[in-house]
Design a protein around this ligand. Structure first.
Ligand code: FES
Length: 241
């Protein structure tokens, strides 16, 4: 592992070359908003909320997927970045039916929190109001496509951590949907282990526990770090060696 020197917001910092730019920024105590990123899962770079400016490039870069390089000069906060993040959030709200007042995640939703942090008080774009279904066929959980932001945390945790790969995406662009197995009702899935990891990592009310009240539906991510660290240390396989 090599040590790399880069400049972040006019401060020189050092980092390991296998770190993501997002890791380095957070290590420096810099607040970077994220939605599709979740520690313990692979990076997707899909929500673009974590964008930063890198000198020498005209476009904004997602810090969760941007590799760090020697001599890189990074700016994490500017009017351009704030405007871009706000626009992204507005587009997410306009794309589906995020009606917070009747959502079980109201008050605990990461999309709602990010919008508040970004100072979003209205949406400048036409709401698409898509007619999307809910899947309440599972005996424990519900999938509400109306609240889904296509972050794929559920897909990744199911594949990378649970090893079931029940979830995947079908379709393209805004017409994508999360599907169970071969696009069948969740309750009929034979690969789903009913572990609930997908529900816990979902940042919005797209996945929630059946019968949960608004106050109860606070999601817990801590299990992910525990599992990932345990696996790295081979905590549960030592006896078998
Ligand atoms: Fe980096 Fe979503 S957190 S693109």
């Amino acid at each position: 592992m090599a040590v790399i020197t880069l400049t972040i917001n006019d401060q020189m910092v050092t980092a390991q070359d296998d770190q993501s730019l997002l890791d380095v920024l957070r290590e420096q105590g810099i607040e970077i908003p994220t939605l599709c990123h979740l520690e313990g899962l692979s990076e997707r770079g899909g929500c673009r909320l974590c964008v930063v400016e890198i000198e020498g490039s005209n476009r904004l870069h997602a810090s969760c997927t941007a590799p760090i390089q020697e001599g890189m000069v990074v700016h994490t906060h500017s009017e351009r970045i704030s405007a871009y993040r706000k626009m992204l959030l507005e587009l997410l709200f306009a794309e589906r039916n995020h009606v917070c007042a009747v959502c079980v995640m109201n008050g605990h939703c990461e999309l709602q929190s990010q919008a508040a942090l970004a100072g979003m008080d209205h949406v400048r774009y036409d709401y698409l109001h898509p007619d999307l279904p809910m899947d309440a066929s599972h005996n424990l959980f519900v999938l509400d496509q109306n609240r889904c932001i296509l972050c794929t945390r559920c897909v990744r945790v199911c594949d990378e951590v649970e090893g079931a790969h029940t979830w995947d995406l079908m379709g393209r662009g805004i017409h994508s949907n999360v599907i169970a197995d071969l696009n069948q009702p969740w309750g009929t899935s034979e690969s789903c282990t009913s572990c609930g990891k997908c529900v816990q990592v979902c940042p919005t009310g797209a996945l929630y526990a059946k019968g949960a009240t608004v106050a109860e539906m606070e999601k817990q991510h801590n299990f992910l770090r525990w599992i990932v660290e345990g696996r790295e240390k081979q905590q549960w396989s030592r006896g078998e060696r």
